[in-house]
Ligand binder design. Structure first.
Ligand code: GDP
Length: 320
């Protein structure tokens, strides 16, 4: 990729001053794994750590987009600056693709205190773990008080989004994902708050009951541990929004009164460092193939002059 020159200090200053274009450009640099990213991240670092990151996950159609929109409204009513990151882990498309579907977000599109961005996460460097935290840093440094990360729930990505967020909200709907299914999918462990949306439909109370029961079977009953509440909503009509906001506030209080917030952020930074280090190692190993030293080692293994372990040791030694 051509290293188009980027005036990083100017771009970062503009983003911090609230320029949506500068924020968008910085997130594009993240998506492109642009060579200027190293300088960008160094410039952003002193300005991060302020935003509260809320992850929202659940199956397609459960009401994530609708719920996100109502929550954004509630945070805006409190005067908060809000970032929204819609991540589709299964999609190679970014930019407009996902956002095009997010028609209800139009409510907030013209609000200068709201940044909306969709990202494909399976880029060339792979994975939510790599791009999303860096996009979060951009939004954080741009002065967002709250960042909502919306992910389509497809197995592993739900667990990944939980790793990225300070507060994880799992959305379910009656008849789509009852408590048993939730337990099977392993999402009971990741939710800090469960929202049974579409409570205007039959079966909502049963789903709430199931979830509460499953949660009570978990090992989160020790004093001082967070017991995830289950809240019913009709997002399409804004019903239950106050309960969701209250539960989020309580979780924020709990996070800051315990060591949980710091622990979560340490784990998040650790994962991020590991992902960047792995990407760097992968590209250096790829460059060994490029200069044919990997091919020579392969020939040694094929011809019996070496074994794969000894050859791998040589690769690792060459990296340090
Ligand atoms: P997402 O795919 O999880 O983001 O779900 P959306 O927010 O796009 O919602 C999917 C569909 O469900 C849309 O047609 C919404 O209008 C509808 N919907 C959202 N919330 C509710 C609700 O509480 N009750 C009902 N009946 N429909 C809802």
């Amino acid at each position: 990729m051509a290293a188009r020159s980027v005036d990083v200090p100017a771009l970062v200053a503009a983003a911090r001053a609230g320029s949506p274009r500068a924020v968008a450009r910085l997130i594009s640099l993240v998506e492109d794994a642009h060579p200027a990213l190293r300088e960008v991240m160094a410039a952003l670092a002193p300005h991060t750590g302020h935003a509260h990151v809320i992850g929202l996950t659940g199956s397609p159609g459960v009401g994530k987009s609708t719920s996100t929109t109502t929550m954004v409204g509630a945070f805006r009513a409190r005067g908060k600056r809000v970032g929204i990151l819609a991540v589709d882990p299964s999609s190679p498309f970014s930019g407009g693709a996902l956002l095009g579907d997010r028609v209800r977000m139009q409510d907030h599109v013209l609000d200068p205190e709201v940044y909306i961005r969709s990202m494909a996460s399976r880029g060339h460097l792979g994975g939510l773990s790599w791009t999303t935290p860096q996009a979060l840093r951009v939004l954080d440094a741009a002065g967002c008080d709250v960042i909502l990360v919306e992910t389509v729930g497809v197995g592993q990505s739900e667990v990944e989004v939980a790793g990225l967020a300070d507060t994880t909200i799992v959305l379910l709907a009656p008849g789509m994902g009852d408590g048993i299914q939730a337990a099977k999918a392993g999402i009971l462990e990741i939710g800090d708050l469960f929202v049974v949306n579409k409570a205007d439909r039959d079966g909502a109370d049963a789903t709430v009951r199931d979830l509460r029961h499953m949660i009570s079977l978990g090992d989160r009953t020790e004093p001082g541990l967070w017991r995830p509440p289950v809240v019913k909503t009709v997002a399409a009509r804004g019903e239950g929004l106050d309960d969701v906001m209250e539960a989020v506030d309580k979780h924020v209080e709990w996070l800051s009164s315990s060591s949980a917030l710091r622990q979560r952020r340490l784990a998040r930074a650790g994962t991020e460092i590991e992902a960047i280090a792995m990407a760097a190692l992968r590209s250096r190993i790829a460059s060994l193939r490029h200069d044919e030293s990997l091919d020579r080692l392969a020939a040694d293994v094929v011809d019996g002059r070496s074994d794969p372990y000894a050859a791998a040791d040589q690769v690792v030694a060459a990296l340090t």
